[in-house]
Design a protein around this ligand. Structure first.
Ligand code: HEC
Ligand SMILES: [Cu+2]
Length: 327
């Protein structure tokens, strides 16, 4: 189906599939029953109409069962949506302005753009307003849509978890050039985003490399193990239970040993493709926040829990520095 770029998108897809499944089930059931009744009780076979006066038990059943089914559907949609709506510890607020016929984005430091750039793995609040008529801000890859209404502020919380470029559209007919209200959501690694936000003139694309990213220089494995063990933040690996899956001494556990990072490179699968990646701050950040984006060869996805939402930026940076062999 269409690509989803957040956990929320996957949940929307699941909810959607369940509801479509229930609908198809009843569609088929009702049509089959209808055809059966048409054939069985047509005028030739059943010349004298049968009068049925009602059946309280049957009526109660077909009120109560559908009631539970629709309450279930409501619950499926509501539980994650309400969680998302209530998030208050977002990392950044971006102002979105809809106008005929263009979107504008304004970042916390005052920078503006007409393409929406966001760092991957962060929770972002979009505060939206329209300066003219009603529009609707729609990001299909995130399965998110919200009206942008003249004279009222609305908002949307997004948590893009996958690097890439995604469509943004206006989903409410707003005049002659409504169709021009297409732009892009560009999800980039956080350091790329920071460099762009703080004034780097070139607009990043999802794959822009940055010269500033700290790299892990290849090291002798024993030397690297010593660096990790002696790091002042070693305790963080215990605090976040990393060591229950990763060893430091090179032996294999549920996850690859941290000692294997010493070579400065790692073999991973991304979207089913095998590749060798340099170990740098960007790779590690993604590995920690989006463990299933790149899977280390020979290991299973959906095993490593994301640190997203349970780590402070300081701790996250400290773990990355530690794994880079810094002090
Ligand atoms: C439940 C087990 C589990 C826990 C807990 C866990 N990981 Fe992982 N980790 C894995 C597995 C499995 C892989 C390999 C599959 C993958 O890439 O997701 C992995 C991969 C990694 C990689 C990529 C390594 C490489 O060779 O490229 C890094 C870095 C990493 N984990 C760091 C951490 C850190 C830091 C923590 C603690 C905050 C942690 N992990 C917690 C299971 C775990
Ligand atoms: Cu519009």
């Amino acid at each position: 189906m269409f690509e989803g770029a957040s956990y929320y998108a996957d949940k929307v897809d699941t909810t959607m599939l369940i509801i479509v499944g229930i609908s198809v089930f009843f569609l088929i059931g009702i049509v089959v029953a209808m055809i059966y009744f048409v054939v069985r009780y047509n005028h030739k076979r059943n010349p004298v109409a049968t009068q049925i006066k009602g059946n309280n038990l049957l009526e109660a059943i077909w009120i109560i069962i559908p009631l539970f089914i629709v309450i279930g559907m409501f619950w499926l949609g509501w539980k994650d949506f309400s969680r998302l709506r209530k998030i208050t510890d977002y990392a950044m607020k971006i102002e979105v302005t809809g106008r005929m016929w263009k979107w504008d984005f304004k970042y916390p430091n005052g920078k503006t753009s007409d393409t929406l750039y966001v760092p991957v793995g962060k929770t972002i609040k979009l505060e939206m307003r329209s300066v003219d008529v009603n529009h609707a801000f729609f990001i299909p890859a995130l399965r998110m849509k919200e009206d942008v209404i003249a004279s009222r502020n609305t908002y949307m919380i997004i948590e893009p978890q996958k690097l890439g470029e995604y469509d943004i559209a206006c989903a409410e007919y707003c005049g002659l050039n409504h169709a021009y209200m297409y732009t892009k959501l560009i999800v980039v690694p956080e350091d790329v985003f920071d460099a762009w936000l703080s004034g780097d003139s070139t607009a990043p694309s999802a794959t822009t490399p940055t010269p500033t990213i700290a790299r892990l220089e290849p090291k002798n494995e024993n030397e690297y193990i010593k660096l990790i063990r002696n790091n002042k933040n070693f305790d963080l690996l215990v605090k976040y239970a990393c060591v229950s899956c990763h060893t430091v001494d090179g032996s294999k556990n549920i996850g690859p040993s941290f000692a294997k990072l010493a070579s400065g490179k790692t073999d991973v699968m991304r979207d089913g493709k095998k590749m060798t990646i340099d170990i740098d701050a960007k790779y590690l950040r993604t590995a920690l926040l989006e463990p299933d984006y790149e899977i280390v060869e020979g290991y299973s996805p959906y095993t490593m829990p994301t640190l997203r939402g349970r780590v402070s930026e300081n701790d996250l940076q400290a773990i990355i520095d530690l794994l880079l062999g810094k002090n």
